[in-house]
Design a protein around this ligand. Structure first.
Ligand SMILES: [Zn+2]
Length: 257
């Protein structure tokens, strides 16, 4: 009896779906369907990068991993997927040789009060020896990274100071969110540190202390291996971490860019 009911229910559902499809045949339903499909691919890509399913949070139009890394559901999956190049520690997908020369940052009006901190963060990345990676501020579109203020959710007892996206399709991660309220009482150096750290994600760096943080396995940047207590890319250190790029951070940047 139950089985029959189930069968009837399934038949009814199928009929409904068909009806829905027919109904929408004329309307432009392609885009949302593609988005759904792409979201599945993005989810698989995140898992292929080595992040356990338990660390992935579905947040509407994006997935959030390890509190501060964002994957838009409509992102372009890097050619070759996660690959085996996941290597101080990065995702394996870096900013292209042309785009790295000028990564344009647009400061949302909600973040202009921290322009000095943003400029300080940019100066650190731009000052890495033997690297041609350069960030610049632009005041109009087009731009590569939007940095904006947002009250970021966090589990009880935790504070999320910032979030950022990894590169995709040869472009830098397109979004940095800073929880201005959370860092407002920090020192200037620590506020700039949070911003500098998030830009580091935009150019593919993972957390140097991923293992201690209980995060998924990351691979070394070729030639720059191991843990580094001085790394600005150590995670979970908002208002307590390194405020300047360590020698290894610089070596890793030079190796990739
Ligand atoms: Zn981080």
């Amino acid at each position: 009896m139950k089985k029959n009911l189930k069968r009837i229910a399934i038949v009814a559902m199928v009929a409904l779906v068909i009806a829905a499809c027919k109904k929408n045949q004329e309307s432009a339903e392609t885009a949302p369907q593609e988005t759904v499909k792409n979201a599945d691919k993005v989810l698989q890509y995140i898992k292929d990068l080595g992040f356990p399913a338990s660390s992935i949070v579905d947040n509407g139009n994006e997935f959030v991993v390890e509190e501060d890394i964002l994957f838009p559901k409509d992102m372009q999956i890097p050619a070759g997927g996660a690959g085996t190049k996941i290597e101080q520690y990065y995702t394996g997908s870096i900013v292209s040789a042309t785009k790295k020369l000028n990564i344009r940052i647009f400061v949302d009006p909600s973040m202009t009060s921290m322009s000095s901190e943003i400029n300080s963060a940019i100066a650190q990345w731009n000052g890495v020896p033997n690297s041609t990676l350069r960030f610049s501020i632009v005041t109009t579109a087009p731009y590569d990274i939007l940095i904006k203020n947002e009250a970021l959710a966090a589990p009880p007892g935790f504070v999320t100071c910032g979030q950022a996206q990894f590169p995709s399709g040869g472009s830098a991660g397109a979004l940095v969110r800073i929880n201005k309220t959370a860092i407002a009482s920090n020192s200037f150096a620590q506020r700039a540190r949070t911003i500098c750290h998030e830009f580091g994600h935009c150019i593919s760096f993972r957390h140097t202390n991923w293992a201690a943080q209980g995060e998924s396995t990351a691979t070394n940047v070729p030639g720059v291996t191991g843990t580094d207590a001085l790394s600005l890319m150590n995670g979970g250190q908002c208002n307590s971490g390194a405020t300047v790029l360590s020698q290894k951070d610089k070596d890793a940047t030079a190796a990739l860019y």
